[in-house]
Write a protein that binds this ligand. Structure first.
Ligand code: ADP
Length: 320
């Protein structure tokens, strides 16, 4: 292997830059050339590709977002788009490609592997929703960002004895919500993995909570559950307690990556290059039981992951 490419795909996540930096510098240290591909598979099929040097990634380890930018590319879902991607790799002499993203991006990497381009996936998403790995780059930073924001909402909510509903990211997964639920001391956590209590049940809990002498009621809800604004209106109407819903939104995707994210990014980036140098392809890197391991992409995509039941239980116990 002489030349490798690197791209970020799907939603961005803090720590993607630290991952790119690790890939670029490890590869160059091993005598390889590195090509940066802009805007995910979009840049690949359009040849938006440039050579990177160790200086291309200077001053990026602490920056959120991705210097390579990212995109969703529907064209790459088609066999023609994939052929085009493989062809462009050949034109640029790219014989190995590192894809930083989520499950969708890994499916794309699998298609390229079948067309003769060696590919390695690195899990990068704030949602933690990649089954094969205990950790995905960006999660720790996103949780800390959400936690800090919720701290502030909590302060004012207590002062005014309000009910607050805070919606955090996670369309299909409640990991961020559950972590914030425990770390912010929420009274209730609503996540897509669990059946949602009825509005009546929620209101009953709010009233009981008030009777226990608590000065606020904090509900953390995952994006995938939805309906936060309507719920706030209903609670206020039926209990008389002032209730506000706040949707944290994209602020959770940005920001300087935490030490945890920089560390995983640096280790996974270096490992991805090592795997390519060993001639491996169609693999995804995972952090499992405190170790960095790799799995076949097809195998990884078949795995299942659910929320930690004990965490969910503890979140409830600690809210009395
Ligand atoms: P994520 O990687 O975060 O899961 P997406 O699901 O949006 O994000 O996938 C990112 C990109 O990966 C898509 O826009 C598309 O270009 C590519 N991709 C997703 N699924 C496939 C697939 N089944 N085959 C080929 N490419 C895919």
């Amino acid at each position: 292997i002489k030349t490798i490419g690197v791209l970020t795909s799907g939603g961005d996540a803090p720590g993607m830059n630290a991952t790119i930096r690790s890939v670029v510098r490890t590869a160059i240290a091993r005598g390889l050339r590195v090509m940066g591909v802009r805007k995910g598979y979009n840049g690949l099929i359009h040849g938006d590709i440039f050579e990177m040097s160790p200086r291309s990634v200077s001053d990026t380890i602490q920056r959120g977002g991705t210097i390579l930018q990212t995109a969703r590319c529907p064209e790459f879902m088609t066999p023609e788009g994939q052929q085009q991607g493989a062809q462009i790799c050949k034109v640029f002499g790219i014989d190995g490609l590192i894809v930083i993203g989520g499950d969708g991006s890994f499916q794309g990497a699998e298609k390229l592997a079948n067309l003769g381009i060696n590919t390695i996936g690195i899990p990068g998403t704030i949602d933690l929703d990649i089954a094969c790995t205990d950790y995905t780059i960006g999660f720790d930073t996103a949780v800390n960002t959400a936690m800090e924001a919720i701290n502030k909402i909590r302060d004012t909510s207590t002062s005014h004895e309000r009910c607050s509903i805070v919606e955090v990211m996670g369309r299909n997964a409640g990991f961020i919500a559950l972590w914030c639920g425990i770390t912010n001391g929420a009274e209730m956590v609503l996540i897509p993995e669990k059946e949602r209590p009825t509005d009546e049940e929620i209101i009953r809990e709010i009233l009981q909570n008030k009777q226990r002498g608590k000065k606020h009621f904090l509900i953390i809800t995952a994006e995938g559950v939805g309906g936060s604004q309507d719920l706030a209106v209903k609670i206020e109407k039926l209990t008389g307690i002032e209730t506000r819903a706040t949707i944290l939104g994209y602020l959770q995707r940005g920001g300087s990556p935490s030490a945890v994210d920089r560390m995983h990014a640096s280790m996974m980036g270096a490992m991805a290059v090592d795997l390519l140098c060993e001639g491996k392809s169609n693999r995804v890197i995972a952090y499992r039981g405190g170790q960095y391991v790799d799995y076949d992409i097809n195998e990884a995509l078949k795995m299942q992951k659910s929320i930690d039941e004990r965490m969910y239980e503890v979140a409830k116990i600690l809210s009395i």
